[in-house]
Design a protein around this ligand. Structure first.
Ligand SMILES: Nc1ncnc2c1ncn2[C@@H]1O[C@H](COP(=O)(O)OP(=O)(O)O)[C@@H](O)[C@H]1O
Ligand SMILES: [Mg+2]
Length: 235
């Protein structure tokens, strides 16, 4: 006849815990570390995930420029769910050309715009690079497939292209910028571009093929000529 036994919990069964400790020890894991693990995983919201992928300086940036906010609304309006019930994702949309002096707050608004979209519940696959870093990545080298690099920046739904026109110009710089801008222009993918240059200087720097496309695909956002970095240090 089978005897009834109360269900055992792990805490009531030291032998089970001892066996587990031996198994963990054999794998080089200290039981104390396992006991210290929280029962519930920390909630990891889309906004937390976004912050983790951002440079610390801009992790709490939230766009507040009226034209940048208007842009987020346009991009959000064009977002679409890949399947029923799925989160809406950035698809196509307009771009911004944010122009102003160094320290005016252009990069802050760019990262802040991505945050506003995520806060609105939109799924955003995005990348950010400075133009100078991009050209460095695209320089022919034996261990990188530069065509794949260009393709990744060309296809990502939302791109922050920071400090366009700041790198020394050359035929290479003009050509690579043209290839990237032209692909994003054709695909109508939203791009947040920042620059220190005036449009006339940008044209001299990158050529008419680039600036003509930028003129059509972007809304220009002029920043007040104030260097916030110097202001902050003076405060
Ligand atoms: N709206 C803002 N609120 C608070 N800090 C800001 C704001 N805009 C810019 N900053 C801060 O001012 C500094 C310069 O801004 P940044 O966006 O890097 O300038 P830019 O890209 O135009 O050179 C940074 O430290 C940034 O965090
Ligand atoms: Mg900047």
């Amino acid at each position: 006849m089978r005897t009834h036994r109360d269900p055992q919990t792990l805490a009531d069964a030291p032998s089970v815990l001892d066996r587990m400790a031996r198994i963990l020890a054999a794998r080089g894991i200290d039981r104390a570390t396992v006991d210290a693990l929280p029962d519930e995983p920390e909630p990891f919201s889309p906004e937390d995930a976004l912050s983790a992928g951002m440079p610390p300086r801009y992790r709490s940036a939230v766009a507040d420029h009226p034209l940048v906010l208007a842009w987020t609304r346009q991009v959000a309006a064009q977002a679409a769910a890949p399947s029923t019930g799925a989160r809406r994702q950035v698809t196509t949309g307009p771009s911004l050309l944010m122009a102003g002096v160094t320290g005016a707050g252009k990069t802050h608004q760019a990262y802040g715009a991505v945050r506003v979209l995520v806060q609105a519940g939109i799924g955003v696959r995005w990348r950010a690079t400075t133009a100078a870093d991009l050209y460095a990545e695209l320089r022919p080298s034996s261990d990188t497939d530069t065509e794949r690099v260009l393709s990744a920046y060309s296809r990502v739904p939302l791109l922050i292209l920071d400090d366009l026109g700041a790198a020394k110009t050359s035929e290479f710089v003009e050509e690579q910028t043209y290839r990237l801008v032209n692909r994003r222009y054709n695909a109508m993918l939203p791009t947040l571009i920042t620059t220190n240059l005036r449009i006339s200087d940008l044209k001299a720097h990158l050529g008419d093929r680039v600036t003509s496309r930028l003129a059509e695909m972007t809304t220009r956002v002029e920043f007040e000529p104030v260097d916030r970095r110097r202001l902050q240090r003076a405060a």
